[in-house]
Design a protein around this ligand. Structure first.
Ligand code: KPL
Length: 322
């Protein structure tokens, strides 16, 4: 029984997106005592479902060489019929969220809670507008994870996570939702100003991610390679000016300081975008610098450095990102 919701009937989670983050959150949800293991992965392809079932569960490796835990979570096909979803954690890439939600449309009820775990702010704004403020929550997280193999996830960097709804939302319902999440294991805190936090992380990701691809370097190198550092500083200036001019963006802390802090804390890491490029996966840049260009154009502003950056990434990867 959950003290805040007065019910254990609404404690079932489904996790959409079985990348490193999806697997990490699914495993941590499964461990969360009030849920008693009522967590299922929603898998897109029949092959993935068969492979997962044959494998028999997820393995979670805790940080710093900690324990390896086997977790027999269930899995379901994405388009399979089933009961209405109570809590849905969406952990796909930004560009896949709308299609992924559309494919579980038949299982979304008026009271299904949708929790978004993406970088950026575009998806959060679009999905909140589409499904309504009452049904959508955002998690902004600094946890790090990677997969040793498809069903074996390593919780590599223990970070923090913040939970909230755009435009404030309903505090009591957000607290009730927090009780259904692994607040301790994932260090989740409530944030009444999640929009500010999302915009801030968006700004950092716009400054860092594409540039690590162009310079093909770990995060910290952006501070230490002279050419990369010059490009970084100029890009931060442009992003700061642009965000300041956009009416929808709340006041944000100094971006030079935020970027410096993140790059120092994650110096040895490859950004998620560089990891995507190295693994020949689609990147989220259309939802980062691409979205910045869209917002700039909507307000008659220009962002030449961001545009050049996207072109440079496209040349390097051989794919147009817009
Ligand atoms: O969020 C990140 C990412 O890689 O997507 C940063 C902050 C750049 C850390 O790597």
């Amino acid at each position: 029984m959950n003290a805040l919701t007065d019910s254990c009937d609404d404690a079932h989670w489904h996790v959409l997106g079985a990348g490193a983050m999806g697997c990490l959150w699914a495993a941590r949800l499964w461990q969360h005592a009030p849920l008693q293991g009522r967590v299922a992965l929603l898998l897109r392809s029949a092959e993935a479902l068969a492979d997962y079932r044959q494998h028999g569960g997820l393995t979670l490796e805790a940080p710093a060489g900690g324990a390896r835990l086997q977790m027999p979570l269930t899995a379901e096909g994405l388009s399979a019929p089933g009961a209405a979803l109570q809590n849905l954690l969406v952990a796909t890439k930004s560009q896949d969220v709308a299609a992924a939600l559309a494919s579980v449309q038949h299982r979304l009820a008026a009271d299904t809670r949708i929790v978004l775990l993406q970088n950026g702010v575009r998806v959060q704004r679009e999905i909140t507008a589409q499904y309504g403020q009452a049904r959508v929550w955002c998690l902004s997280t600094s946890h790090g994870a990677w997969r040793r193999s498809p069903w074996h996830v390593v919780h590599a960097g223990e970070g923090t996570a913040w939970l909230g709804q755009l435009e404030g939302g309903d505090a009591a319902r957000t607290r009730a939702l927090l009780a259904l999440l692994p607040a301790q294991a994932m260090r989740i805190e409530l944030d009444d100003h999640i929009a500010t936090r999302l915009w801030q992380k968006f700004a950092v990701n716009c400054a860092v991610n594409a540039l690590t691809v162009v310079h093909d370097c770990a995060n910290g190198e952006l501070l230490h390679r002279p050419a990369a550092r010059r490009a970084l500083d100029a890009l931060i200036d442009e992003i700061t000016e642009l965000l300041h001019a956009l009416p929808e963006v709340p006041p944000l802390p100094d971006l030079h300081a935020s970027v410096h802090e993140v790059l120092t804390a994650t110096a040895a890491n490859a950004s998620s975008t560089l990891q995507d490029v190295r693994a020949s996966r689609a990147t989220e840049l259309e939802h980062l610098n691409g979205y910045l260009l869209t917002l700039a154009a909507q307000h008659g502003l220009s962002a030449p450095l961001n545009a050049q950056l996207l072109q440079a990434v496209a040349r390097r990867t051989g794919t147009a990102c817009r």
